[in-house]
Design a protein around this ligand. Structure first.
Ligand SMILES: *Cc1c(COP(=O)(O)O)cnc(C)c1O
Length: 395
């Protein structure tokens, strides 16, 4: 497999690594692909759009021929909004499964759209389980669609989409998945997990730069989506129909971003596709987490729920630990980390995705150790309250 694993070189301009869930550290080849200007109507760019769509569909594996790919301008949230508005009919009702910011954002989007929904809010990180979904669907026959977050990036938890999907289809409903931060590294194979549509974006696990998202949906759902959307620009059906007819995007496409993304997709394939990419990220996570644990840091989640995308650590109890200072010290050493999003206790996050490998992750751990020393933090042990919070997950 090593032959397929292209060497990961450090950022050429000496910029810090982004240990964040996107934008993330991209390869030089991806950046270089943006040096050419493309005409959006020109055959060359149309061929690039076609290749990109085909490559994305292929990532769904067996069963992918029932799906088509619709790219959408804007950040990932624009594509989530486009998916929800286009596939949930105006008289439909959603069940939104939330355990963090992105689930809550999906619910907020439905508020804007004026779509009826029920919210299952599990708090900061507890996973929504299949039996809970089954129970709610049994008591509310009006629910037509369930919205699930694959990896909830706010805590880094990998939600159990497989059991959720089973519950949804056993009850005869439809599943929509926000796989923004997981797609490309964690399998979401059409033949193994049933769903109608999923969404992701250019600047996550495929390792492109930000500028657009994409929806992978069943052809049958795309056809049925006509007239559902409240929005001209976010209408997935209209974008799809136009693209299939003309090969063009309806409105100005982010041409340079598409060129970079195509380069990123080729590198993804060379690395061994979803399996190869996932393997590197898992290794990144394992090396980083075990190093951080040796320093005394503790993860919010136990290993079972830990995604290879981003990991939440509790801030140490030592009063000398100040997150803003830790952030600056880490940045001085070449690593941009990410603040936490927990409401109960202080935390921070370290991403495992982007152009980084286990050697980089070892340097991250060394940088964390040195930063603690500079702050005069004797131990990275979290406060008792954090451990009590975590005990809830086990119960
Ligand atoms: C990144 C992300 C999004 C989209 O965020 P944008 O800032 O709009 O790109 C949506 N859902 C999840 C789970 C994400 O990780």
């Amino acid at each position: 497999m090593n032959a397929h694993n292209p060497r990961i070189e450090p950022p050429r301009l000496g910029e810090p690594y982004l240990l964040t869930p996107g934008p993330l550290t991209t390869s030089y080849a991806v950046k270089e692909a943006m040096l050419v200007d493309w005409g959006s109507w020109d055959g060359d760019f149309r061929a690039m759009t076609r290749e990109m769509r085909d490559r994305l569909i292929a990532l769904l594996g067996d069963g992918s021929d029932a799906f088509d790919c619709v790219p959408m301008q804007g950040s990932g949230t624009f594509s989530v909004e486009a998916m929800l508005a286009s596939f949930i009919p105006k008289d439909g009702k959603a069940l939104v499964l939330a355990n963090g910011a992105y689930g809550l954002r999906a619910a907020q989007t439905l508020d804007y759209l004026g779509r009826d929904y029920q919210l299952l809010d599990k708090g900061d990180y507890l996973p929504p389980r299949g039996d809970e979904v089954a129970q709610i669907l049994a008591t509310d026959p009006a629910i037509s669609h369930v919205v699930a977050i694959h990896c909830e990036t706010s805590s880094g938890i990998l939600n159990p989409v497989e059991e959720i999907s089973e519950a949804v289809y056993a009850a005869g409903r439809k599943l929509l998945v926000d796989s923004m931060s997981a797609f490309g590294a964690i399998p979401l194979e059409a033949s193994k997990i049933r769903y109608e549509a999923m969404v992701s974006s250019a600047n996550k696990c495929i390792e492109g730069v930000p500028g657009f998202g994409f929806i992978l949906a069943r052809n049958s759902e795309l056809e049925a989506a006509k007239g559902n959307s409240h929005s001209l620009s976010l209408d997935v059906h209209a974008q799809w129909a136009h693209m299939n007819k003309t090969g063009q995007w309806r409105f100005t496409p982010p041409t340079h971003v598409v060129a970079a993304f195509l380069e990123a997709l080729r590198a993804h394939e060379a690395e061994g596709g979803v399996t190869g990419r996932g393997r590197r990220y898992i290794r990144n996570r394992d090396v980083m987490v075990s190093g951080m644990r040796e320093l005394g840091f503790e993860t919010l989640l136990d290993n079972r729920w830990l995604s290879p995308i981003i990991v939440t650590f509790f801030c140490p109890a030592d009063p000398n630990f100040v997150f803003s200072r830790f952030y600056e010290l880490m940045k001085d050493k070449g690593f941009i980390i990410y603040p936490g999003k927990l409401t109960m206790v202080d935390s921070f996050r370290v991403g495992c995705i982007g152009q980084m490998d286990e050697h980089v992750m070892r340097q991250v751990v060394v940088a964390a150790r040195d930063s603690l020393r500079e702050m005069d933090v004797a131990a990275a042990t979290p406060p008792e309250a954090a451990l009590q919070e975590r005990a809830k997950l086990a119960s």
